[in-house]
Design a protein around this ligand. Structure first.
Ligand code: HEC
Ligand code: HEC
Length: 407
């Protein structure tokens, strides 16, 4: 997935900047990993199974040596790999050998660390089943926290050191909720800040051109096209090179990510990934947000994102994923959406950070957004945004996917 957002927050949340930077470096490598997996697959001469329609491809059908994470869609399997890598702050090659520099990786081959990780998956499952009714309460992150060797002794240095800032994505409503405006009030202020419900309703489509930079382009800026149509349809096409594209599309019901030279050239999205794609599409037309998300909650402690004091509102997406929205307390504008997609082992966080709001046909539209997820980060900068241009229905969904991969 190339669409997740906003890592400056991550950098800020720790006082150990050096360490954090190393972590981000590792994550960058993890992103590259995903690309290379694909290449390896291609070189092995294996045709990807048909990934068409809503039928997800299952992990144990597609991969060769799956013993624990069986019977889950491939997008969730790879999401779980991202979750593990992020929990230990290692890149894919830590457990999957033949590392780096264009060598073909054999992800199916077992290594001692991979076997250890399998054992840990079973341990975590047993702990949760025995103690937490099977909920993902204890995860790889609970112990590892970016460390391959979790410490067992309380640290006197930590005990007496400065308290690090808390990641704003982590904050929760305390038992005694903090007095706050209601979710309705915060959302109304947001709609107002954007230009008001009436003007927002006047925009029913958007097309945009701009640039994209991500780990998969070595942070080089490449052209991107964005199409969005009310209600909740969107397609993003990143032209990584003459021959390689990343396409994310949501047609109102189903979503796909297609990436040239990857493990699954066309990946139908399921579960939390599908929720994420829908959420991104809906956020192009924010007036509908109150109806689209449910179970609104407020009462979070005060926190800030990029030095802006924010109000946090939590909600649930149609597929059940938890979502946190961060609104600038002063301007009322949305600065971050964090979502938590369930994987077999825990919740995979991803976030979109919105900024550079500009006036377009009387409403405010973010011209910059950053997608951050466990394996990477991508920056989107729009240069030319056009409201209410007719967009052909064929711009959304299966019809935009590469022909070769759709039977
Ligand atoms: C801490 C160890 C660890 C890390 C790090 C890790 N994996 Fe894995 N990986 C595993 C384990 C364990 C399995 C086997 C899972 C099972 O048996 O259910 C696996 C299996 C796989 C497979 C299936 C291979 C096959 O054909 O059977 C792929 C593909 C894969 N991993 C990709 C990745 C990618 C991409 C990354 C980096 C984002 C990654 N892994 C990071 C432990 C790891
Ligand atoms: C209850 C705490 C706990 C949880 C939860 C946990 N681990 Fe561990 N893990 C440890 C400890 C402790 C070690 C070090 C063991 C040792 O020294 O032999 C370890 C070691 C490892 C190692 C070997 C690292 C190395 O470089 O030697 C891997 C890989 C690993 N864990 C993966 C995972 C994965 C994947 C998960 C989630 C499925 C997970 N662990 C969850 C406690 C935990």
């Amino acid at each position: 997935m190339f669409r997740a957002g906003g890592g400056e927050g991550d950098v800020k949340v720790t006082t150990e900047r050096g360490i954090r930077r190393e972590v981000l470096g590792a994550l960058a490598l993890a992103g590259m990993c995903l690309m290379l997996v694909a290449a390896a697959h291609g070189q092995a001469g294996q045709a990807a199974p048909a990934a068409s329609g809503t039928k997800p491809v299952m992990s144990d059908q597609f991969f060769k040596n799956v013993q624990v994470l069986k019977g889950i869609p491939v997008d969730q399997f790879l999401g779980t790999m991202g979750f593990i890598a992020a929990s230990l702050s290692v890149n894919c090659t830590e457990c999957h050998l033949a590392a780096g520099r264009g060598l073909i990786r054999d992800y199916a081959a077992d290594t001692p660390k991979k076997q250890k990780a399998r054992q840990m998956m079973l341990m975590v499952k047993a702990i949760n089943q025995a103690n937490f009714g099977g909920a993902h309460r204890v995860t790889c992150w609970t112990c590892h926290r970016s460390d391959t060797q979790p410490p067992e002794t309380p640290s006197l240095a930590v005990q007496n050191g400065a308290v690090p800032d808390r990641d704003p994505n982590d904050i929760e409503v305390p038992d005694e909720p903090i007095p706050s405006p209601t979710a309705d009030q915060i959302l109304d202020k947001y709609i107002q800040a954007l230009g008001g419900a009436e003007r927002l309703a006047g925009i029913t489509s958007l097309t945009a051109k701009g640039t994209y930079a991500g780990f998969d382009t070595n942070l080089d800026k490449v052209p991107v096209e964005v199409y969005a149509k009310f209600p909740g349809q969107s397609t993003t096409i990143v032209h990584r090179s003459e021959k390689a594209e990343n396409i994310t599309t949501y047609d109102g019901r189903n979503a796909w990510i297609a990436m040239t030279n990857t493990i699954l050239p066309v990946k139908p999205l399921t579960g939390g990934e599908l929720d994420g794609a829908q959420l991104d599409a809906e956020m192009f037309f924010p007036a509908g947000i109150k109806k689209y998300l449910r179970d609104w909650r407020v009462g979070f402690p005060p926190t800030s994102v990029d030095d802006h004091l924010v109000q946090v509102v939590q909600a649930t997406a149609p597929g059940g994923s938890r979502v946190k929205l961060f609104f600038d307390t002063k301007s009322g504008l949305l600065v971050r959406v964090a979502r938590f997609a369930d994987t077999t082992l825990g919740f995979n966080p991803s976030q979109v950070d919105y900024s550079d709001y500009r006036d377009l046909a009387g409403v405010k539209v973010p011209f910059h957004w950053t997608l951050t997820w466990t394996d990477g980060r991508s920056e989107f900068d729009m240069t030319d945004v056009q409201p209410n241009v007719p967009i052909d229905a064929a711009r959304f969904g299966e019809s935009v996917l590469p022909k070769a991969a759709t039977p």
